[in-house]
Ligand binder design. Structure first.
Ligand code: MN
Length: 415
């Protein structure tokens, strides 16, 4: 499959991708959009021109919206049909390539476009599904013996996070203030967090509302998952380690999370399916699943100091996840908890076995014991003021590349 739009071989936004987002075009007009190469394509105007007329179920122009919620709620029969139609009309044999009016009205260069949050997020949950990450954190805080807690291999551990502070890539994050208790101190202190960290994660987005009492099985889960984004779950380690007992993450987490602007559909990720790590002991029946439910997605983290260059500090992969998305959603709803359109479910920090694949500074520097050296000679134990953290993700196989672009965020000094 080829497009009449030119793009480089390493573009995340090949014709195989067709992700969905929401953009401000030319600083004046907001609509849902897709992207091929470095062109952003206005779907609302394409709709008005009749390009989606033959697709059943889009009676109104759902692309004329500030979020994708209405569109994704139409469900896979409609959203998949739209994606396939876009591949056809943007394909190399499409008549659209000679349609100068439509191209001039619907196609925008990247510099004419500002991306917005792709969905309104009613609820956000963060899992803890990488065994390597959970083991590393367990070793640091509890020692080698009891690194993994007894429940970890029996259920996908998670907590309810804060949806209000999820922001789009490029949004500055203000260093949080809070209570911390340094190990040597008798009493807690208050001030700007000193151990600001990122967490390399991905999140999936749900396309339906369910009733309280309903459950989504592992077999039904993928039909309810529209797609995925990159997710940086910013974390204040010193606030977190003092506050988290016994109820879990709170102010060390809820000051901000950053997401990438393009939702890549599960259908675009289909060629990159792979097996999951073997689950031993065997999980309970409601967590069992059939088929390849994991995805081979390369992940990278960079630190860019103020006025400095990008430093690659971690290379991980989504395929390391012990618990997959279908298990996470089945577990989340097995008690009858209802889900809502636009809900985000983050994976938890994605670490691999090798120290250069760890997904947080906490692990990369082993709680600050082994600082990272940057290219310009500076050292980092955690994230400094005015540092930008950039995460990138892409899948690639047999010459086909489907990627997420990036999620970036700059840390500003505490107010
Ligand atoms: Mn997290």
């Amino acid at each position: 499959m080829k497009s009449f739009i030119n793009y480089s071989a390493d573009s995340d936004f090949s014709i195989h991708n067709i992700p969905f987002g929401v953009a401000v075009f030319a600083e004046e007009y907001i609509a849902c959009c897709t992207r091929v190469g470095d062109l952003v394509i206005d779907l609302a105007t394409l709709y008005d021109y009749g390009f989606f007329d033959e697709i059943q179920g889009i009676d109104e122009n759902v692309f004329e919206s500030y979020t994708l919620n209405e569109f994704i709620e139409l469900g896979k029969p409609v959203t998949n049909a739209v994606r396939l139609k876009l591949q056809q009309i943007l394909g190399e044999d499409s008549l659209l390539k000679n349609d100068e009016k439509t191209i001039s009205e619907c196609f925008y260069d990247l510099d004419q476009v500002k991306m917005m949050m792709p969905v309104h997020v009613p609820n956000y949950t963060d899992f803890y599904s990488s065994m390597e990450h959970a083991t590393n954190v367990g070793k640091m805080f509890r020692g080698e013996e009891n690194a993994l807690l007894p429940n970890w291999k029996h259920l996908p551990v998670g907590y309810h996070g804060r949806a209000s502070s999820i922001v789009i890539s490029g949004t500055d994050i203000i260093r949080p203030k809070g209570q911390m208790k340094p190990p040597e101190a008798d009493m807690p202190i208050f001030g700007p967090c000193k151990q600001l960290d990122f967490e390399l994660e991905m999140a999936f987005i749900v396309n339906k509302n369910t009733e309280m009492g309903d459950s989504i099985s592992t077999a039904e889960a993928e039909d309810a998952i529209f797609g995925m984004v990159l997710f940086n779950d910013w974390s204040a380690r010193d606030i977190q380690s003092w506050e988290y007992v016994p109820l879990g993450p709170f102010l060390g987490k809820n000051f901000g999370s950053s997401v990438s602007p393009w939702i890549v559909t599960l259908e675009a990720l289909d060629p990159f399916r792979t097996t999951s790590p073997t689950q031993e002991p065997k999980v309970l029946e409601y967590l069992q699943f059939e088929g390849d439910k994991n995805f081979d997605i390369n992940l990278e983290v960079y630190i860019q100091p103020e006025n400095g260059e990008e430093n690659l500090i971690s290379e991980s992969n989504y395929k390391f996840m012990y618990w997959n998305m279908t298990q996470q959603l089945a577990h989340h709803t097995v008690n009858g908890c209802n889900v809502e359109v636009g809900d985000m479910y983050a994976s938890g920090t994605i670490s691999g076995e090798n120290p250069n694949s760890f997904g947080s500074m906490l692990e990369l520097t082993w709680r600050g014991q082994n600082p990272l050296k940057l290219n310009d000679g500076q050292e980092r134990k955690f994230i400094n003021d005015n540092d930008t953290v950039i995460m990138r993700g892409f899948a690639e196989k047999n010459g086909v590349r489907v990627g997420f672009g990036e999620v970036s965020g700059k840390i500003l000094p505490a107010i």
